[in-house]
Design a protein around this ligand. Structure first.
Ligand SMILES: [Fe+2]
Length: 292
């Protein structure tokens, strides 16, 4: 059950309307790393959670918080759009306000489609899609995705902070930056806990003796030079503490040169000179040809 409270989680009031900025702010609402994405990602991870009860509770805590962030940003966008077409009309008397809104950089759908309201789309109008979210049932894999979502999200909020001087907008963004600080901490803590209770390589339950263990801990340099040998990834104990990482400067092919069988005649691939593709006999074409 979800219970709605009328007050917002935090203040979401601009000092003045700014329809062009409203378009930009759509990115952290309906963009790939916007609030709708994290809301849906966490809610589905929570609803599908079959792990220890504390994880389901924690995931749904943050998922529910994100519903409130969606509400705050949608409310902020609506107020940034206050009187948008009318203002433009005053400046450019006699011109169609919707046309002028496009020329002025406003999202015309904010006037035409949503009636001065937010839409579940990004800053260039691309619709939010469920393809943005990850909910696999493997919490360690999902929590790493969550950490990425919060990292990309906080980065975009910081960039949007730089794009405005409106104290009201900056106030709301500074709240979101703070919550993203906690949320990155939260996922880092949850990842660390899971890495300690199971192994850090996902999925930890797949038997490692079924993989080609010869290459499990080799860093292979597939490009010119050996600069990559200087990183932590190239030597020392492996992060899963199972082996020592070995640097392979010139990896050799481990497979054979591939040769593909010719395609059947009905596929009409490029013919090989001197070779008849399978099923290319005349009777095949006689049977399939047009009736005269
Ligand atoms: Fe959020």
């Amino acid at each position: 059950m979800f219970h709605h409270m009328k007050a917002l989680h935090y203040k979401a009031k601009p000092s003045q309307p700014d329809p062009v900025y409203a378009k930009k702010l759509q990115e952290i609402l309906g963009g790939q790393f916007g609030e709708i994405s994290v809301m849906m990602q966490y809610l589905f991870q929570g609803w599908n959670c079959r792990a220890e009860a504390k994880y389901k509770d924690m995931i749904l805590d943050i998922g529910t918080e994100e519903i409130g962030h969606v509400e705050m940003i949608a409310t902020m966008i609506a107020q940034l759009l206050d009187g948008a077409p009318a203002n433009v009309q005053e400046e450019v008397a006699g011109q169609n306000p919707a046309v002028e809104a496009v020329l002025g950089g406003m999202n015309p759908q904010h006037a035409i489609v949503s009636g001065l309201g937010a839409t579940p789309t990004d800053s260039v109008g691309y619709p939010w899609t469920s393809r943005y979210i990850v909910a696999s049932g493997n919490l360690l894999a999902d929590f790493r995705s969550n950490l990425n979502a919060e990292s990309q999200g906080r980065l975009q909020v910081a960039r949007l902070y730089e794009m405005t001087t409106d104290p009201g907008v900056r106030d709301m963004l500074s709240f979101l930056l703070a919550r993203d600080t906690m949320h990155q901490n939260q996922w880092m803590a949850a990842i660390e806990e899971l890495e300690q209770t199971e192994k850090p390589i996902v999925p930890s339950t797949f038997p490692q003796n079924l993989e080609v263990q010869e290459v499990s801990y080799k860093f292979m340099s597939f490009s010119e030079g050996e600069d990559s040998a200087q990183g932590r990834w190239a030597s020392g104990e492996s992060m899963d503490k199972q082996a020592t990482i070995e640097y392979v400067a010139n990896p050799e092919p481990m497979g054979e040169m591939p040769t593909l069988n010719p395609a059947p005649a009905y596929i009409h691939n490029t013919p090989i000179p001197g070779k008849i593709p399978p099923s290319a006999d005349q009777s095949h074409f006689d049977q399939q040809g047009p009736v005269m």
